[in-house]
Write a protein that binds this ligand. Structure first.
Ligand code: SF4
Length: 145
């Protein structure tokens, strides 16, 4: 599967927080990708900075770009730009190259290895970094890491 690194981290935090993955009004595939990695942690993931398999069916994917806006930021910014910047910073932090492919399980092992400080990069606006760290930690433990 093609995945933005932060989308998989969001799923991992969701698992750690006990989230139920259900279809979303946007029509995106978070719930399907979550089910896939839970059912088969060895699934191969290719990391992208751009639209991924989660974005593919989303109503906000227009001509290959996300047209959604992060309106809770002041000033509001394009979600595409926000996500691209976040994913580039995450890949650099984790030592992964754009376009690199590895099993999801290996991605989790890298997250555990580089865990210290990751919450400062991947906490979303308005989210308490310590809470994200806690949920990520629990999510990793769910996968035995
Ligand atoms: S990043 Fe944009 S296109 Fe992708 S799932 Fe989110 S809202 Fe949809």
């Amino acid at each position: 599967m093609r995945a933005r690194p932060h989308h998989l981290i969001d799923i991992l935090a969701g698992i750690g927080g006990g989230a139920q993955f259900r279809p979303h009004a946007y029509g995106h595939a978070v719930h399907i990708v979550a089910e896939t990695v839970i059912a088969d942690p060895d699934v191969e993931v290719t990391f992208v900075v751009g639209a991924d398999d989660i974005c593919e069916p989303c109503v906000h994917l227009v001509d290959g770009r996300c047209d959604d806006v992060l309106s809770r930021l002041d000033p509001p910014i394009s979600k595409q730009d926000y996500n691209d910047d976040l994913d580039r910073r995450l890949l650099e932090f984790l030592g992964i190259s754009e376009g690199q492919t590895m099993p999801f399980r290996q991605y989790l092992a890298i997250i555990r290895e580089k865990f210290e400080g990751i919450e400062e990069i991947c906490a979303h606006p308005g989210e308490e970094p310590s809470s994200r760290r806690e949920r990520l930690d629990r999510g990793l433990r769910e996968f035995g890491l």
